[in-house]
Ligand binder design. Structure first.
Ligand code: SF4
Length: 258
């Protein structure tokens, strides 16, 4: 069989079309971070809940991570930053109560407590002040990465969600980035947008592919990675970009990670 012709522009256009389709929702409805409308409303209305979800989005399914803030509030009986900062042991108990809120049951309570302390000391107790002054995408990413437990991946993802789903004003979106996670790495290699599995190369590849907003490639790629472009037996014929993807499946087979 002749090799499929690679046209990166067609791949990028298909990714953006798919991203727009899955991000669409009725006006006024909060984004569906989880299957629970109450959890979604809490994430959309409480900036510290959003920050806690970002911190927890590691090592477990995203839907479970984004459900943590509401359940944490239920278990604690409050969502008070002063108390969370002062009593990490209470957070530890809340996280560890069965069923445990997170796989990293020792680490996450510490990171959440440190985040509460930092919001109190640096942002006057208002997590919304992290992104509330109409910053650039690069500024938001840098501010988020200054929190213990927020990596490049989480900061880039959060910046996109804030602008795209939560209506936060973000300037200079050309400074946004894709999140270097396992789905992005696998899909980028297989669809020919990147040739090497390293952070710097992937980020640069996204900037070249979509200079006006590199981060806009993040959501569709993440979703495609979970839905069709699985580590083994990718379902190319069903994939949203299957018609234009070069299907370099072997290129992504070595990608490992959570
Ligand atoms: S599932 Fe197939 S068509 Fe879709 S991105 Fe992966 S390799 Fe390309």
């Amino acid at each position: 069989m002749a090799p499929r012709v690679i046209d990166p522009k067609q791949v990028v256009d298909a990714l953006l079309d798919y991203g727009a389709a899955i991000a669409a929702r009725p006006p006024g409805e909060p984004p569906a971070f989880t299957a629970d409308p109450e959890a979604n409303a809490f994430l959309a209305s409480d900036p510290f809940a959003f920050l806690v979800a970002v911190i927890c989005d590691q090592g477990i399914r995203a839907e479970r991570a984004w459900a943590v803030p509401l359940e944490l509030r239920r278990r604690l009986g409050h969502f008070d930053l002063q108390r969370m900062a002062a009593a990490p042991h209470a957070l530890r108990s809340a996280f560890a109560t069965r069923p445990a809120l997170h796989r990293l049951v020792n680490t996450m309570p510490i990171w959440v407590s440190l985040a509460a302390s930092k919001v109190l000391s640096d942002y006057g107790g208002d997590a919304g002040a992290i992104w509330g002054d109409e910053p650039t995408a690069a500024e938001i990413q840098a501010r988020l990465q200054a929190f213990v437990g927020i990596s490049q991946k989480k900061a880039a993802m959060a910046t996109e969600i804030l602008e795209r789903d939560l209506g936060v004003v973000v300037h200079e979106l050309e400074g946004s980035d894709v999140a270097f996670d396992v789905h992005l790495r696998r899909v980028f290699l297989r669809c020919g947008l990147a040739q090497r599995d390293d952070l710097e190369h992937m980020v640069k590849s996204a900037r070249l592919a979509r200079p006006e907003r590199p981060g806009s490639l993040d959501f569709p790629v993440w979703d495609i990675g979970r839905r069709w472009c699985r580590p083994t037996d990718p379902r190319c014929d069903e994939c949203a970009i299957g018609a234009v993807c070069p299907r370099l499946v072997a290129a992504g087979n070595g990608v490992r990670g959570m």
